[in-house]
Ligand binder design. Structure first.
Ligand code: HEC
Ligand code: HEC
Length: 241
């Protein structure tokens, strides 16, 4: 719905880095305010490209047919699939986030061969139509993350890790982890997929230097989390409804 100029994103990123460099007397309170500013910046960023033609004709029938194809991999209720490659849950996901990621695959901002092949065949109207459809699905989470890590993960999600300058996930992803706009829902997302994304962030996201994007907002967090912290927070969100 709201693709925005790379330049604007770059500015937000710089701002975020400045916030991180602050003395941390105000720690969490300051961080959360900063994160909220980022959200507002995202939500109110001006639409830029791809508006033209996006609402062009695409039949509901065409969308349904394509959805069937997505569900071959993402699961019949788009609940995700735990196979050799974890295939993420799309059910209940924010439409703007989905659109942005589908474009990211096409524009090589996000690297994944499977999804490049899927996405580059979709026109903008189809992308918008598909993104809207997943929002309504609400299957229970697949679960399966280690239960013993959930309490530690909840603490990181709600409070961040002040000693490591890691912001509370809830400040951006929302108290229920349902996301907003370009910030994804994490609730019910697959345990191994969340781990893979947080571990490989710098190798998979923001890969087109000519087009800095929203992945930069998440970068400092992903880079600062340790492996045990990643596993804990992944276990917590993967079980949320
Ligand atoms: C052949 C299997 C396959 C098909 C078909 C497929 N996907 Fe995917 N999809 C994947 C895999 C694997 C990933 C994980 C990519 C990664 O690890 O970065 C993914 C990731 C995604 C993501 C990123 C989700 C996130 O949380 O960031 C979106 C959006 C997506 N797919 C949408 C779609 C849509 C829409 C369709 C149908 C048009 C579709 N996919 C069809 C395998 C598939
Ligand atoms: C300053 C805001 C902010 C904070 C704080 C934040 N995130 Fe994010 N997060 C984002 C944005 C924006 C994205 C989308 C990035 C993109 O467009 O590639 C994202 C994406 C993600 C993704 C990818 C989801 C997917 O479906 O592929 C995961 C996983 C994630 N964040 C986990 C976390 C965790 C865990 C924390 C807390 C330790 C956290 N985030 C804190 C803003 C934030």
């Amino acid at each position: 719905m709201c693709p925005f100029k790379s330049l604007q994103v770059a500015e937000r990123t710089i701002d975020l880095n400045r916030w991180r460099a602050r003395p941390w007397a105000a720690k969490i309170a300051g961080l959360q305010a900063a994160a909220l500013t980022v959200i507002l910046a995202i939500v109110f960023a001006a639409p830029a490209r791809a508006e033209d033609g996006k609402r062009g004709p695409v039949s509901q029938q065409g969308i349904e047919a394509k959805l069937g194809y997505c569900k071959d991999c993402h699961g019949p209720s788009a609940q995700g699939y735990r196979g050799y490659f974890p295939i993420p849950r799309l059910a209940g996901q924010q439409p703007q986030y989905l659109e942005n990621q589908l474009r990211a695959f096409i524009e090589h901002r996000r690297t994944n061969n499977i999804m490049f092949n899927v996405a580059h065949a979709l026109n903008p109207a189809m992308i918008a139509g598909l993104a809207e459809n997943f929002r309504r699905l609400n299957p229970p989470p697949i679960g399966g993350g280690p239960r013993g890590l959930v309490a530690k993960g909840k603490n990181i999600f709600e409070n961040g890790v002040p000693d490591a300058n890691i912001a509370a996930c809830a400040a951006c992803h929302g108290p229920d982890a349902t996301g907003t706009g370009e910030i994804p829902r994490l609730a019910g997302q697959l345990y191994p997929y969340v781990i893979k994304e947080l571990t490989n962030w710098g190798k998979e996201r923001g890969q087109n230097p000519a087009q800095p994007d929203t992945s930069a907002i998440m970068s400092p967090v992903a880079h600062s989390l340790s492996k045990p912290q990643i596993e804990a927070v992944a276990a917590f969100v993967s079980d949320l409804r």
